[in-house]
Write a protein that binds this ligand. Sequence first.
Ligand code: URA
Length: 215
Amino acid sequence: MFVLNKTNSIANHFLAEIRDQHIQKDSMRFRKNLERLGGLLAYEISKSLSYQPQPVTTPLGISHVNLLENQPVLIPIMRAGIPFYLGVLNYFDGAVSGFIGAYRHHAIGNDDFEIQMDYVATPSLKDRRVILIDPMLATGKSIVKTLKALRKNGEPQHIDIMCVIAAPEGIDFLHEHIDLKFNLWVAAVDEKLNDRAYIIPGLGDAGDLAYGHKS
Ligand code: URA
């Protein structure tokens, strides 16, 4: 597992801002910081991909540059995954994308929830390197359910799962329930989940902070 904030960098400022309850009031800034963290994690993931030398003609000669052999497939989980995904797409700008709509469905008056998945639109994933993009790894249930749905569209060669903040419970759940090679890339690992399965200290509800409360 790669953890971005194990090394001090400017990423700490972006993380501090998305957690800060005062700065969070600026939803444009919240989305921008998710995008910036998406870009930084995409750069780290890019170091683990395969490259081939390619000639590039400059006005003065030929330069040989190692370029990506294949672009990954990018799959954000909506809603909160969208601004984080835009940061990844800025870097993998030739990638194709799929989209998943998944959310917590609470029975009235109950803290328990089911993951509801109502939108799955992806290209074929057969033998592809797939980057699954979800800012908050809490219970891990939505990622496991998403992967199950995605694998109906072809078995990926490898999965990269990228998150901004992960809870230890979610990390364990992924290792227990995913029987495919995967790497986890996160900006920070927090303490725990609370009894409503929110990450502590976390940042609150990433979807609401990016786009407003849904009814
Ligand atoms: N989703 C969020 O947006 N926040 C959490 O803390 C957990 C899941």
